[in-house]
Design a protein around this ligand. Structure first.
Ligand SMILES: [Zn+2]
Length: 164
């Protein structure tokens, strides 16, 4: 059972859900994104994302028209695999298609770029063996990228922290 916080971009509120690992993520349609897929190897008891990121997934999955194997979406900052800042820590990035062939990954990357639903799609030169796309909260506010800062008591999702 996971506690899942979802920032609802339409109401500007955080929502709380409790879901089993085999259940679909909040706002997911067609059970195409289960909690266990969203968390991947993360051990975090609490997960978070945004409604907009879930809707972007729904749209991409619909446009692609078939299964997209999900390696993970969510990571805590200490769970490794990424540098100090990552959209995965905000729960709005997806690393997918690890089990696809290169040709399938290229097709999915192009689909993700052309779909227009994502803020960012990583080029194949950076992630040749998976496809990364994300729906970040805001465009970059600093050279190293704009990241939401969520603190105890946060009800909004609009603060930015830039490294000094
Ligand atoms: Zn990634």
């Amino acid at each position: 059972m996971a506690k899942i916080l979802v920032y609802n971009n339409d109401t500007n509120r955080m929502e709380t859900y409790y879901k089993g690992e085999d259940e679909a993520m909040p706002y997911n349609t067609g059970r195409t994104l289960k909690v266990k897929e969203f968390r991947g190897s993360s051990k975090s008891p609490t997960l978070w994302t945004s409604k907009r990121a879930m809707q972007a997934w729904n749209s991409q999955r619909y446009i692609w028209g078939g299964a997209i194997p999900v390696g993970f979406a969510f990571k805590r900052s200490w769970e490794g695999g990424h540098s100090g800042q990552s959209q995965h820590y905000a729960g709005v990035a997806f690393d997918v298609a690890q089990t696809f062939t290169n040709a399938q990954r290229n097709a999915l990357r192009n689909s993700a770029k052309n779909s227009g639903v994502w803020s960012y799609v990583e080029p194949a030169s950076l992630t040749p063996t998976w496809v990364h796309f994300d729906k970040r909260a805001l465009s970059s506010a600093c050279a190293s990228g704009g990241f939401p800062q969520v603190k105890r008591g946060s009800v909004r999702y609009v603060h930015l922290s830039c490294p000094r």
